[in-house]
Design a protein around this ligand. Structure first.
Ligand code: ATP
Ligand code: MG
Length: 438
């Protein structure tokens, strides 16, 4: 036997029945986005490398060490598997002049790639669902996006998701804060780790984001950006919190919340849970009013968030709504291969009428398998009914419908014969019986 090939480390197969959870989540998201009038956008998984370097910032974890970058083998173009999708969305919005007639509300779902150390809640291929509102300057849109995420947690049955909020202000305000921050860190040189020392002058704000336990007390007393905000920035922040207050959405102001990309300004936020261990941030976002211009577009404000699908699904597993695993409505038992043409014609009509039907398929070339083994499979499929395409019934123009679940003594549970020539007429009866049994 040849050596087995396995998936790339940190990249997961999503298999049934677990994939049903993914589909369930995606359906919930689609329905919710429709209610908030956000429209789906799908951009390529591969983008030119400079797009990410320019948007995320050179001195960020992602650009410094997490990107899957390679050269196009024909023209040598520097390409990267997208580590996030805000940059791609902005590129598309600019490329297609999408803000020409005013703001756009967009959402996406899909795989992202980061070369991180794989662990619980942290993978090299992972999935994000994101929402972006581009072309709107007001705090009400920041609030709308937070309310949308909050509604999603409720829709998914998640509890104990905490919202943390901060304002990064505007570039001039950050400049003043940055100077104060560097002075503060310099006076605590002995407490800085290697990474912090390296970033002291290139990106001191990011040091606030450090998870190093030995630095936490020192970071707690560092100069707060909030104290450097001018009137307009404070007003924007208060605009967001006033709407959250009025909507009953609880939040905690975290002056150390800075996020991992350089493109943010004003509002930043994260949704965090204590139930997932150290990978507890399930969603993060904020305003990025200068990114569109940086990608070469006409200046326009924007705000958005992205959630980690794997982490949200794990949280759903722990505390969310029970998700019904998909089962067929009926399983087709086909005793003899000679019945296949008529049987498949009937199954097609049932499916056209909306029923989910699983066909028995022979396990080997010389037959369909015993009735006993077929019924065993029918049972295991979870189907409510077995359709039995026996030769005698078929000759009379009928198929037998046998209930597989429920009270055997119940008269309504008796086996019935249904005509093959008018499937639509009884398909809806079968479907309503399935519905009633759920
Ligand atoms: P973290 O601090 O956990 O590394 P991040 O700030 O890098 O997160 P973002 O870039 O804001 O994360 O991405 C938004 C969300 O995507 C995160 O809150 C998280 O839920 C999820 N996420 C990020 N990186 C990964 C990963 N490697 N594996 C799984 N999910 C991830
Ligand atoms: Mg990260």
């Amino acid at each position: 036997m040849l050596e087995k090939l396995v998936a790339v480390k940190g990249m997961n197969d999503i298999l049934p029945p677990d994939s049903a959870r993914w589909e369930w989540l995606e359906e919930k998201v689609r329905a919710l986005m429709q209610r908030y009038a956000y429209r789906n956008i799908r951009t390529p998984i591969v983008e030119p490398t400079p797009l990410f370097v320019r948007s995320l910032g050179e001195v960020t974890d992602i650009v410094e060490k997490e990107m899957y970058s390679f050269e196009d083998r024909l023209n040598g173009e520097a390409l990267t598997l997208r580590p996030e999708n805000t940059a791609g969305v902005v590129r598309a919005v600019v490329e297609h002049s999408m803000l020409y007639e005013g703001g756009k509300r967009l959402y996406y779902m899909g795989p992202m790639f980061r070369h991180e150390r794989p662990q619980r809640g942290r993978y090299r291929q992972f999935h994000q669902i994101g929402a972006e509102a581009l072309g709107f300057p007001g705090a009400e849109v920041d609030a709308e996006l937070i309310l949308l995420a909050d509604a999603l947690w409720k829709e998914l049955g998640l509890k104990d998701v905490r919202l943390e909020l901060n304002s990064l202000g505007q570039p001039e305000e950050r400049k003043l804060h940055r100077a104060a921050l560097i002075a503060y860190f310099e006076s605590h040189q002995d407490l800085l780790d290697e990474e912090a020392k390296r970033r002291l002058h290139s990106n001191p704000l990011r040091i606030l984001d450090s998870k190093n336990p030995h630095m936490q007390a020192m970071l707690e007393s560092a100069p707060k950006l909030m104290d450097f905000l001018g009137q307009a920035s404070l007003q924007h922040f208060n605009g967001v919190t006033a709407i959250l207050d009025a909507s009953g959405v609880a939040y905690r102001i975290n002056s150390r919340l800075v996020r991992g990309m350089d493109y943010y300004n004003l509002t930043v936020f994260e949704f965090i849970t204590e139930s997932l261990g150290s990978q507890g941030t399930i969603c993060g976002g904020g305003r990025y009013d200068y990114l569109i211009e940086q990608i070469g577009g006409k200046p326009a404000p924007a705000v958005g968030w992205a959630l980690g699908v794997e982490r949200v699904l794990e949280l759903i597993r722990e505390q969310g709504a029970a998700i019904a695993m998909p089962v067929p409505d009926a399983y087709a038992v086909i005793p003899e291969a000679a019945a296949l043409p008529l049987a498949l014609r009937t199954l097609q009509a049932l499916r056209a009428a909306g029923a989910s039907v699983q066909m028995h398929a022979g396990a080997n070339a010389d037959g369909m398998g015993s009735m006993k083994s077929q019924f065993k499979k029918a049972d295991a499929s979870g189907a409510r009914f077995a359709l039995i395409f026996g030769a005698a019934e078929l000759a009379e123009g009928y198929v037998a419908v046998k209930p597989l679940r429920g009270d055997k003594a119940d008269a309504a549970q008796a086996q019935t014969l249904r005509p093959l020539d008018d499937v639509a007429a009884w398909a809806h009866v079968l479907l309503s019986q399935v519905q009633a049994a759920r």
